[in-house]
Design a binder for this molecule. Sequence first.
Ligand code: IPE
Ligand code: MG
Length: 258
Amino acid sequence: MAAQENTPTKGEASGAAGTAPLHVAIVMDGNGRWAKRRGLPRTLGHRAGVEALKRIVEAAPTLGIRWLTVFGFSTENWSRPAAEVAELMALPKRYFETDLARLEREGVRVRVIGSREGLSRELVKICAEAEARTAKNEVFDLNVAFNYGGKADIVDAARRFAEEVAAGRASPADLTEDGFEALLATAASPPPDLIVRPSGEQRLSNFMLWQAAYAEFIFQDVLWPDYSAEHLQAAIAEFQTRNRRYGAVAPDDALATG
Ligand code: IPE
Ligand code: MG
């Protein structure tokens, strides 16, 4: 489909100018600070974060985005106080209860990427239902990273390959970058063109480590619950000023040094 035409093949120099990022990944951050500034419990910050997620999932396709991956809960977030973990665990239900029918209707395919280990039976069921009800959709892809960690993603892929080898179905010499990528939780999406992190923090926090190899990074000084379509539009505008070379040189410079 046309959506993938903008994605250069590996090693091909390309400016991002004028092309929308097809796959955007967002670290939804700043819920706690948003609540604190208002003298509210962190819980309410997370709930406001779900409203921001709805706005952004609705806006993304209108801005030329084809794949959206959002970081909802990391493998490290288990170390938060139990009450906060419980609140975070309730967010997918809150989100899908209020938005799944729309996602289903609008052609959004949902995948919940991350480990199901440690999730309640109810939550696993909710995730499975969201995936099943939208499995045939092909207008837009929403990956919800929940109980996801970039290191765990890589280790799981490595383990799966090792299991293939142990079973005699593959040999170590068969392993390629593309083959490995196909074992990651994000196998159904191309790598992100743009990774956005609001809230002023400038780090990846174990999000899509492998997939981020050639992503552009944009950090925005807004807390996630306040994030709007305008913020996403601004990030896209900035992305379009970036010169993506994938380790190659721009064609003009190649001539100059030739
Ligand atoms: C993002 O907001 C939600 C998750 C990481 C699950 P935070 O809870 O990290 O908010 P801050 O960083 O404390 O403001
Ligand atoms: Mg945070």
